[in-house]
Design a protein around this ligand. Structure first.
Ligand SMILES: *Cc1c(COP(=O)(O)O)cnc(C)c1O
Length: 402
């Protein structure tokens, strides 16, 4: 019997009923803009920021229009200027170099390891060769590097770290929430991340001056006192006349949808990890397939899974993807020559100076990525693993026989 999977890899769960109710209330009163409040009313957006600050343990939180906006805003508020070089991961998603380029700054890409995290040796080398003073660190696909080692390395040479936590909302390294290691953490509330308001983002930090600048940048006008998770007025006095408005605010409708999702984030993370482990267990021991082992100090959220096909040639990878696709299992390959859908590679970002990352090239040619939406049951995940295992075995054996 040939099993075929019929679920959708892009189908999210519905918005919790409490979020739908709260969204209807906002639409009924019509005050969607975050600063449009009645006397004594506290906006959904301000409450959301307060709740997200509490969740991450940050002093301050700003809700914005997208994860990409949060990164650009954080870099600018941290002092990055046009022409500056900013280090970042060679393996990440397009909004990351895009945020750097949006300031007229120049991305400098760092190699990835086989564990899919930033290569700390190459980071050290690139810090020295580039002279960059900032690192936009992307926890791509939820893989967190040794944050203690990374922070020690960056602190020693005065490189400021801003974390891209689009795939690590709810995750931690050594008990410290992702986004709380560097000077600022950026998160996404886009449909394919860990909370879903269609579009949306968060910026957290303990630095009051950075956050005052970020708040003015986001388009607060002189209404920043309506925030509940912002620094005090003295910090705004220093920056309010010299910080441009680059509107990118969150609104009350999206905040209303998000608040009940924050309340269940830990349960959702556990549900994702149950799915992740089911697939991982099903794939373990498949000849020709390399599991990516997760380090002990990493508390991850398994909203997607990656594995390696060590030594495979491009044709064999292509055959595997086609065969799994024919059985309803959608795999993404980061080695494809042309960018496909959400998947692109550093050499596709040609607004950045051309760079060569041979180690990253080698790893991405072997790297397969798969989403695990929460609409999949554990039985679905077990079936998906069986299909991948069977197809990997078939293609691998045919390859070996050639
Ligand atoms: C999705 C994503 C972002 C931010 O995305 P937005 O769509 O701008 O919210 C940032 N980094 C990574 C790695 C992402 O996947």
């Amino acid at each position: 019997m040939t099993e075929i999977f019929t679920g959708s890899f892009t189908q999210q769960e519905p918005i919790p009923e409490a979020g739908i109710e709260a969204a209807l209330a906002v639409m009924r009163h019509g005050r969607l803009h975050r600063y449009n409040v009645e006397d004594g009313e506290i906006a959904e957006t301000a409450l959301l920021e307060q709740e997200f600050a509490a969740l991450t343990g940050a002093k301050y939180c700003l809700a914005v229009a997208s994860g990409g906006y949060a990164m650009g805003c954080a870099l600018r508020a941290a002092g990055v200027q046009a022409g500056d070089r900013v280090l970042s991961n060679g393996f990440t998603l397009a909004p990351v170099p895009g945020a750097i380029a949006s300031l007229g700054a120049e991305p400098v890409f760092v190699e990835v390891t086989a564990g899919l995290t930033i290569d700390l040796d190459d980071l050290t080398a690139k810090i020295h060769s580039s002279g960059a003073r900032y690192l936009l660190l992307s926890h791509m696909r939820g893989h967190i590097c040794d944050m203690d080692a990374l922070m020690a390395l960056c602190d020693a040479v005065g490189v400021r770290v801003i974390e891209d936590c689009a795939h690590t909302m709810g995750a931690a390294w050594n008990g410290v929430p992702s986004g709380r290691h560097g000077i600022a953490g950026c998160y996404s509330a886009q449909t394919y991340k860990h909370v879903n308001s269609g579009e949306g983002g968060f910026l957290v930090s303990d630095d009051p001056d950075l956050m005052a600048r970020a708040t003015i940048l986001s388009g607060s006008y002189m209404l920043y006192h309506r925030h509940l998770a912002a620094p005090g007025p003295a910090h705004f006095d220093k920056v309010k006349y010299v910080t441009p408005n680059v509107s990118g605010r969150m609104d009350n409708l999206r905040a209303a949808i998000l608040r009940p999702q924050l309340a269940i984030l830990a349960d959702q993370a556990a549900a994702w990890n149950a799915r992740y482990h089911t697939v991982e267990d099903g794939l373990r021991g498949t000849p020709g397939l390399g599991i990516i082992e997760r380090p002990g100090p990493e508390a991850f959220v398994g909203s997607s899974i990656q594995f390696l096909l060590p030594g495979w040639d491009d044709d064999a990878v292509g055959r595997l993807i086609a065969r799994c696709g024919a059985r309803g299992v959608e795999l993404k390959w980061f080695g494809a020559a042309e960018p496909v859908a959400f998947t692109s590679r550093y050499d596709s970002w040609r607004y950045a100076p051309a760079q060569s990352l041979p180690q990253t090239d080698r790893i991405l040619r072997e790297l397969i990525d798969m989403r695990l939406p929460l609409t999949f049951s554990l039985e679905d995940c077990a079936m998906i693993a069986r299909i991948i295992r069977a197809e990997v075995s078939a293609v691998y054996q045919a390859q070996a026989a050639e």
